[in-house]
Each structure stands twice: as structure tokens, then as C-alpha cells.
Design a protein around this ligand. Sequence first.
Ligand code: SAM
Length: 257
Amino acid sequence: MPADNQIYDRLAETWWDSQGILHVIRTGLNPVRFGYAQHVLEREGWTDLSGIRALDIGCGGGLLAEEFAGLGCDVAGIDPSHPSVEVAIAHALRSGLSIDYSVAAGEAIPFADATFDLVYCCDVLEHVSDVDRVVAETARVLKPNGLYIYDTLNRTLASRFVAVTLLEQWLDLAPRGLHDADQFIRPSELRRMMKKHGLQHLETRGIVPGIGPLKTARGLWNLKRGAITYPELGRRLRLRTGWNQSVSYIGYGVRSG
Ligand SMILES: C[S@@+](CC[C@H](N)C(=O)[O-])C[C@H]1O[C@@H](n2cnc3c(N)ncnc32)[C@H](O)[C@@H]1O
């Protein structure tokens, strides 16, 4: 069964709730992926980001869009979840940030060709119905030499076990149907799609916990018995980039000139 994306409608109020389930993405994933993005931008010589046009595909509640807006980028965000986009708009207003959010899917991006200097798509590709179409649309809206940054889940036994068997079925810590392991994408598949649509792939790295298996298990157990919140677990995992890409990976490419 395809991933149940209505979960993001039902849980939209938790994106910015410091105790809420979706806020784990901010405490757990934002440090590693936003850190990686900053490293990529620096490596590519992008020092002054003011006025850089950035698109967040699958922006959810705007957890990452607000980080890029904070760097001075001119950010647009799209997501098919209407309630999530409403939450994103309300939070940006409260934060005094001007971000152009709209309800749309990555398969049909409502912007003209060559609009953006930077497009990123984080923790989204494993949820879309047509990955190839999303990559084609990404390439279309990127300016020549524009950057594409992504992270997603690998299609392996390890990721199936962690994301579905352990978190959804055994521990009941993730909503059932959040992920369909058949929708996970191998790095080689993503690289092929990028090449097909004119995106030159430059790097892939794994995303791994910065703590050992025992501490990870203790964190999950503490969450299960209600001793800590999801966002606290996210902080404790100290996710970072590493060589092991078997569960999750992050990378980037550039739109051919
Ligand atoms: C795990 S959340 C990630 C949200 C956000 N990128 C972040 O990391 O904070 C997955 C998001 O993908 C969105 N999504 C699902 N199908 C999509 C599609 N076809 N195009 C764009 N976004 C989609 C969901 O609504 C949800 O907000």
C-alpha cells in the first residue's frame, strides 16, 4: 500500500509543537541536513545567500524553509497537505519571515522554467507517487548551474526493518502506513533519474545516529514508555552524516549549464 500522506493532514498541528511527533524532524533531522546544506553551499562558493531563490519541495510545516529563509534566501515552499501549508504560513507570520507557500505536489510544480537557484527536497521522495516526475520537475524549475539537495530512505532490508517493522509494527512509535518500503529509493536509481533529467550528481553520504545501538535502543524504549518525547529522542540520536547509506542518505547535484 502506498504511504498514507493524509497522516500529514491529521498531524499538521504537531509540526511546531515542541512536544509533538512531527517536531522530531526539526530536532532530529534539521541539524544534520541543514548542516549538510550549509556545507554544500560553502563548498560551491555560495557565500552571500541574500536574494538566492530557493524552493522547498514537500515543505510540510516549513521546518526547513524557515532555516533557509533565516540565511537570507527568498524561499518558496510547496506541499500537497493543505493543513500543513496553513500551519507553515501561520508560523512564518509569527516568525516575521516572508515565505511564499502554496498547496501543490512535486509532480506539478507551479513555477516557470529556470526560476530557482536552489531546490531542496528533504524526506519527501519516499512519499511521492512518481519520483521520476518530481526529479524532472525539479530540473525544469532550476536555473542552469542551480543546486539540488535531497535526502531520502534507501530501499534495503535495513531501512524496511527500521522504518516499518520496528517503528510502525513492533514498537507502534510511528503511525501505521507512514512509509511503504517499496517506495524507498536506491541511491543508484536516484542518480540515474537525475542524470536523465540533466542534473549532474555530485555526492551522496549516509545519515546515521551519532550514538551507539544500546543508547539508541534505550532512547526508543524511553519514548515507548513515555519518559521522553519524540523531539527529545530526535535530539538524543545526534544524527550526522557517515559512510553507511543503508537506511537514509543525503546528497546533492547541479543543473547542467
Ligand atoms: C516527512 S515529511 C517532510 C516534510 C519537510 N520536507 C520536512 O522535512 O520538514 C513528508 C512531506 O512530503 C509531503 N508530500 C507527500 N507527497 C508529496 C508530493 N507528491 N509532492 C510534494 N510533497 C509531498 C507530505 O505532505 C509531507 O509534508
